[in-house]
Design a protein around this ligand. Structure first.
Ligand SMILES: Cc1ncc(COP(=O)(O)O)c(C=O)c1O
Length: 553
């Protein structure tokens, strides 16, 4: 039912079918997104006022405002004070790539077939993290990646009693009992055939369950989910396919998580840094950098930039998708901790907005723990063939265990409890920072497992990390995630004018692994470390005194 504003208005109750399970605002959100995605609601189409749509659909106004708000946040709709809520004016994702109509089609051109990458720097990084031993070096596990594929990494950090390392989930609350039940159920239900070698893209039953989970949790309509051992494994598979297709460069956020950059470097891609700010990656700079070096693939963290903590703004989400469309490129979305949003429901994945231009990487590493070793890769249809036979999935019994965890509802229960726990701990951390470190400022969304703390002028983050370690506190220097820090051999291609605007004198303070009862003491010790460094730091030149307005007495 194509709708344009000059025609008779659509029958909204028919267009937006709210049948099915789940809360009404979520169903409405899905129905609207589907209608936009498959073109029934074209770009710039006006939506009814919330009150009238609520009356038409027989739901409360809150249901409509909640669904509209969510879709505005992800860039599917736009809202301006005094005018109607409208479908965003994007052309890239929607007009050329109706998701449902082409689920089984194979595109004839793609980022993989017409590459014109001109980046020629071919040096390889030899170290991933600048070899710092600051105790927060390389969060997450990752021991499951085959050694031959592993780029060099810094040693596993020592865990300290006051653990402010970023990126580490609360392993004390791993749902062990539910996992044991799921193992038992998996073993009981596994067929003999399940005990043989499984398909490289994963067990079909888990693929189906993940499809359902991603649709409900991330708005993703994935016709083909590859089961991986984690985001790192998904990236490994993807970069192999990219290199096979002729790509030589990868646009990366600066700063960003070194491990995925390292995977790209190990496969033969040169990382090209692009600055980030509080609205996520700077898409204007990304477009310029890409054009300069011929890079048409970008690795980004739209839901929660790692490590700076912003969400990609709706305008930039739109611009990024448009860029990928314009250059026949690919956006790789690292969706590492999107389930944890404390101020609102998580914004849908970028992949949901542009399934033909965005590949989604996700895993259970943050929600359960890295030791589970299960993740997913959802790639645009044009890449399916190239990804079909690369990589080794997790063991089938692990996959079937995760399947039972998902289908029994245990995973959803665990997520709800974890969200409540992290939100509470985050609040306690912010309170403690306000009490003990009032001279610092905190950045980042109410999301994920870390915040960024900007230190007072003149206080070096590396020194604070070292002083903290001496006080049994593990914390990370934001500077270690800069592309320059991760590639001291100079493999990051310098692109003039793309210097990061993020202050490097900041700490990345994690609260995933922190014991609740130690939040205050951890921050008190951190404050002690900051004070210690501040005392030792050369004083910055004092600003000129303002002209006196009263005579000295
Ligand atoms: C930014 C980022 N992306 C992805 C991941 C997940 O990686 P994996 O699933 O390979 O454990 C992490 C985990 O620490 C991360 O910090």
């Amino acid at each position: 039912m194509p709708h344009d504003q000059t025609n008779v208005p659509p029958a909204w109750d028919v267009l937006l079918d709210l049948a099915g399970p789940g809360p009404r605002h979520v169903r409405l959100e899905h129905a609207l997104r589907d209608a936009v995605r498959d073109g029934r609601l074209p770009p710039r189409a006006a939506l009814p006022p919330s009150r009238s749509l609520a009356a038409t659909l027989g739901v409360s106004r809150w249901v409509v405002t909640e669904a509209y708000g969510q879709l505005v946040a992800e860039g599917t709709l736009t809202a301006r004070v005094g005018s109607a809520t409208r479908v965003a004016g994007r052309t890239a994702a929607r007009t050329t790539t109706p998701a449902r109509a082409t689920t089984s089609a194979r595109a004839t051109t793609s980022a993989g077939t017409t590459t014109s990458a001109r980046a020629t720097t071919s040096a390889r990084a030899t170290s991933s993290g600048g070899a710092a031993d600051d105790g927060a070096a390389d969060h997450g596990a990752g021991s499951r990646r085959p050694a031959a594929e592993s780029p060099a990494r810094v040693a596993t950090p020592p865990r300290r009693p006051y653990d402010l390392a970023p990126g580490v989930p609360d392993l004390r609350h791993f749902p062990r009992a539910a996992w044991v039940r799921a193992v038992r159920d998996a073993m009981r239900d596994a067929s003999d055939a399940d005990l043989a070698t499984g398909p490289p893209t994963g067990h079909p039953a888990l693929q189906a369950a993940l499809r359902g989970h991603l649709a409900a949790a991330r708005g993703v309509d994935a016709d083909d989910v590859v089961v991986t051992t984690g985001a790192t494994d998904g990236m490994t598979r993807l970069v192999r396919a990219l290199v096979d297709a002729g790509h030589r460069a990868l646009l990366v956020e600066d700063p960003s998580w070194p491990r995925l950059r390292d995977v790209a470097v190990a496969a033969g891609l040169t990382p090209v840094p692009v600055p980030v700010d509080d609205d996520g990656v700077d898409v204007v700079a990304l477009r310029a950098a890409g054009a300069r070096v011929g890079a048409r693939v970008a690795l980004v963290t739209p839901a929660h930039q790692f490590p700076c903590g912003g969400a990609l703004s709706p305008v930039r989400r739109d611009a990024l998708v448009r860029w990928a469309h314009d250059v026949d490129g690919l956006v790789v979305e690292d969706d590492y901790d999107a389930e944890f949003r404390y101020d609102r429901r998580p914004v849908a994945a970028l992949q949901a907005l542009a399934p033909h231009r965005v590949a989604l990487l996700g895993s259970l590493s943050k929600t359960l723990g890295p030791a589970v070793g299960v993740g997913w890769l959802v790639a645009p249809p044009a890449w399916h063939d190239r990804l079909r036979d690369v990589g080794t999935p997790p063991g089938t019994l692990t996959q079937l265990t995760v399947l039972h965890l998902l289908t029994s509802g245990a995973y959803a229960r665990h997520l709800r409890a974890a969200r409540t726990r992290y939100a509470r701990r985050r609040r306690a951390l912010l309170d403690a920072l306000a009490r003990h470190l009032p001279e610092t400022s905190v950045r980042g969304l109410a999301a994920g497992l870390h915040v960024v703390v900007t230190l007072p002028v003149g206080v070096g983050a590396r020194d604070v990390v070292a002083a903290s370690a001496a006080r049994d506190v593990t914390v990370a220097d934001l500077g270690r995630y800069a592309t320059g820090a991760a590639h001291p051999t100079g493999t990051a291609l310098p692109v003039s004018g793309t210097r990061s605007r993020v202050a490097t004198e900041s700490l990345v303070v994690g609260y995933g692994a922190l014991v609740d009862a130690r939040v205050d003491e951890a921050v008190r010790r951190l404050a002690e470390a900051v004070a210690h460094v501040a005392r030792a730091a050369p004083q910055p030149p004092s600003p000129p005194l303002p002209p006196r307005t009263v005579p000295a007495r």
